[in-house]
Design a protein around this ligand. Structure first.
Ligand code: 8IG
Length: 272
């Protein structure tokens, strides 16, 4: 069985051939709500279906096949990864981390992880964008499980002290002062939390809750990339407001925010 790093190298080689890009600078993983906005970054010069790349599993959301768009933004060659996959689709931590590992194997030194999430802070309601300062991984799994990482990668016991790059967070907050920072608590889902679980997450120091990002961040940091996390609050978490959560509302909040998210990415990319 090929290890996760060889698999990422092979997928990166296939991606290079299909996109014509020798080395990427920045990889942006697009969470729900972010894809529409990302069109504001410019016209991609290549589009690769992830189904044609080794190790990629297909998203289970109908009509959302995985794609990697390649484009130039200023001096940077950027990959937009759409069609993220999650643990709750039945994937393991390595499958979830594979797109990020592939883009890093294809040269990306900066990884921007975007997502839509629930908000615990009632003053940062739907439509707020929060820079992830740190995370609490409650998925009970890790992309570092399994085989020992081969050279040149460091130990599986990767230090996560500066997981969400201090430098990138400062750059993002300087370029977009309306943003604030928060701690993202990663659950497995796909059910939303109970009010008691949200009370726990708040007591732990969490301000955002979601079902993605944490495993990709760990894998990216381990491979030496700098990580920036951006969360779009789509709903207040369970029990924070009186209303029940509705998936429909979550989708609508994403659509409403889409155009401003693109503008935000366009402002941030030059300073990363
Ligand atoms: I959008 O309230 C979105 N994703 N775990 N909880 C969790 N994930 C989410 C939520 C939420 N909203």
């Amino acid at each position: 069985m090929t290890n996760a790093y060889e698999l990422a190298d092979q997928a990166a080689d296939e991606l290079r051939v299909r996109s014509g890009v020798d080395a990427y600078d920045i990889a942006i993983v697009l969470g729900s709500g972010w894809k529409e906005g990302a069109a504001a970054l410019g016209q991609p010069f290549a589009e690769v279906a992830t189904g044609t790349l080794r190790g990629f599993v297909s998203p289970t959301v109908l009509g959302h096949a995985g794609q990697i768009f390649s484009l130039r933004v200023g001096d940077a060659t950027v990959a937009l990864v759409s069609g993220r996959v999650h643990l709750y689709e039945g994937n393991n931590a390595h499958q979830v981390a594979h797109p990020v590992r592939t883009l890093i194997a294809a040269g990306a030194r900066t990884v921007v992880l975007t997502n839509a999430c629930g908000g615990i802070d009632p003053t940062k309601g739907p439509g707020s964008v929060v820079v992830i300062k740190d995370h609490i991984n409650l998925t009970a799994t890790s992309p570092m499980e399994g085989d020992v990482p081969p050279a040149p990668f460091g130990s599986r016991f990767v230090d996560l002290t500066d997981l969400y790059s201090r430098r990138l967070r400062a750059a993002a907050l300087a370029a977009a002062p309306e943003l604030s920072e928060g701690v993202y608590v990663g659950f497995r889902g796909p059910h939303y939390e109970t009010p008691a679980e949200i009370a726990m997450a708040r007591a732990m120091g969490g301000t955002l809750v979601g079902m993605s990002t944490v495993l990709e961040a760990i894998a990216a940091r381990h491979m030496g990339a700098e990580v920036l996390g951006l969360s779009l609050v789509s709903n207040l978490a369970a029990g924070v407001a009186d209303a029940p959560l509705s998936h429909q509302e979550v989708l609508e909040a994403g659509q409403a925010a889409a155009s401003s998210l693109g503008g935000l990415l366009a402002r941030l990319l030059p300073v990363l």
